[in-house]
Design a protein around this ligand. Structure first.
Ligand code: ZN
Length: 251
């Protein structure tokens, strides 16, 4: 028999367990209803030409890899004709109706493509931050946050490149470099690598395949085989004026 003194304590413990269980179930339900939203960013309205705001800017980062050949998408939060065309190319690339309006179908695809830290599922921040074995995005000329924001756009453009080549794996041999790191590897003093805006690509597909595909995905800087010191990798960066050279690839 339970003593009368112990019974209230046992009931209290049971009540606590019940409360914990209820909280757990509630949490799971909330998580489930948000499953198609995201730990990174959730859009709350359809976006079309003429809209503006942070939600447009977040969209522009995701479709920055879908400009016209040799073009660049401004991530300025203003949904103009170039953003509409980029949304259409993104939609076509993923088999969606290409109406240039970012609504549920487009956002669902983006949610499916990104991790909770906002990076596309096939790349990580750590991958672009190989530096010289360091970690984090500090030590460059910009703030860590600004550098990381650049890296995010670089990665989304790489995701577009990767998808266009048939969802092949792409290997990044060097991404962001701190100032000492860039110096130690003999990088140019104004290297885009310092700003989180570059990636050096190696492995398969071939360097020329990568270099030739890059102009379709907003990369302004492209250097590959035949350009000095670029026979063993293809460098791409997100500068917005075009400087391309890979003579051995006909570029
Ligand atoms: Zn490079």
């Amino acid at each position: 028999m339970l003593s009368q003194r112990r019974l209230p304590r046992i009931l209290a413990v049971l009540a606590l367990f019940a409360a914990m269980l209820a909280t757990s179930i509630t949490t799971q339900l909330v998580t489930a209803t948000k499953a198609h939203a995201d730990g990174c960013y959730t859009w709350s309205r359809a976006l079309s030409q003429g809209t503006s705001g942070e939600d447009v800017r977040q969209l522009q980062i995701r479709v920055a890899g879908y400009p016209a050949y040799g073009g660049h998408i401004a991530t300025d939060g203003v949904f103009g004709p170039a953003t509409k065309a980029a949304v259409q190319r993104f939609q076509s690339a993923y088999g969606l109706a290409a109406d240039g309006v970012a609504g549920n179908a487009t956002f669902s695809k983006i949610y499916a493509l990104q991790d909770d830290d906002c990076t596309p599922i096939h790349f990580t921040y750590a991958e672009l931050d190989d530096g010289c074995g360091g970690s984090g995005y500090d030590g460059g000329p910009l703030s860590e946050a600004a550098t990381k924001a650049n890296a995010l756009q670089t990665i989304w453009q790489l995701e577009a490149l990767r998808h266009a080549l048939g969802d092949v794996a792409i290997n990044i041999s060097s991404g962001f470099r701190s100032i000492p790191c860039n110096r130690s590897v003999g990088g140019a003093s104004n290297s885009e690598h310092l700003y989180g805006r570059s990636a050096d690509l190696t492995g398969s597909p071939s360097l020329c395949t990568l270099a030739k595909q890059a102009p379709y995905h907003g990369f302004g800087g492209i250097f590959g085989p035949g350009y000095p010191d670029h026979n063993d990798h293809a460098h791409v960066d997100i500068r917005t004026t075009n400087s391309w050279s890979a003579p051995n690839c006909g570029i």
